[in-house]
Write a protein of this length. Structure first.
Length: 220
């Protein structure tokens, strides 16, 4: 994971992550900064490790997770496509082979459900699942519940999110603990329906079933 460790300390990479998050902050979106991308990077690599994928795939999943939201510096619409275009020269300038950079770019360009992303490879599938699993109240920027919109309420409702992989059973589980006083199960399901559907497609590419539970009750 040497290349990932180098990138996560790279001033240009960190600058783009911070700038992208500032853009989203100005647009009243939830946190997409260093915490989010690092968590997605670590969880994506961990998922592939648990499924027995090789070190290269694990590292590329981590790299894709770290860079997947840099396109938000341009704006939210088409951020996946923008991020993919930005990531390629950044990676090749740091010595990534064309094949490796292209695989990361494909993952970034296809990670978003609103841009009709499709899990095109294992790295992309891991990125999608890890990204969509980061639902948590810590991502809500405002602490005043009176200012919450529906996305804030739903994220604030979730007090714990655990992504679990049972390789023996070929199953990936997203287990959510939620305070339903802020958002009920139906609202959580509605808000994240497209994300969970994309995660399900990603799990199937990895040869797994996908399941979401809220407070122990199965959602998908």
């Amino acid at each position: 994971m040497k290349r990932f460790e180098s990138l996560r300390r790279d001033p240009e990479v960190l600058g783009l992550i911070d700038a992208a998050d500032r853009t989203l902050g100005a647009m009243n979106y939830t946190d997409h900064g260093r915490r989010h991308v690092t968590l997605v990077a670590v969880n994506g690599a961990k998922l592939l490790a648990e499924l027995g994928r090789d070190d290269r795939a694990q590292e590329l999943a981590a790299v894709a997770g770290l860079l997947h939201d840099i396109g938000n510096v341009v704006g939210r619409n088409t951020h996946a496509a923008a991020g993919a275009v930005m990531a390629y020269p950044l990676l090749t300038a740091r010595g990534f082979a064309v094949e490796d950079a292209a695989e990361v770019v494909a993952a970034i360009g296809n990670h978003d459900e609103t841009e009709r992303g499709v899990p095109v490879n294992a790295v992309c599938a891991a990125l999608i699942i890890a990204d969509k699993a980061d639902i948590h109240r810590s991502r809500v920027r405002t602490r005043d519940a009176n200012d919450f919109d529906v996305h804030d309420r739903v994220n604030h409702a979730v007090t714990k999110a655990e992504l679990e992989c049972d390789a023996a059973q070929s199953r990936i589980n997203l287990r959510l603990a939620a305070d339903l006083a802020f958002a009920d199960q139906a609202e959580i399901s509605d808000i994240f329906a497209l994300r969970f559907a994309l995660s399900d497609a990603a799990a199937r590419l990895l040869g797994c079933a996908y399941e979401v539970t809220i407070n122990g009750e199965r959602l998908t």
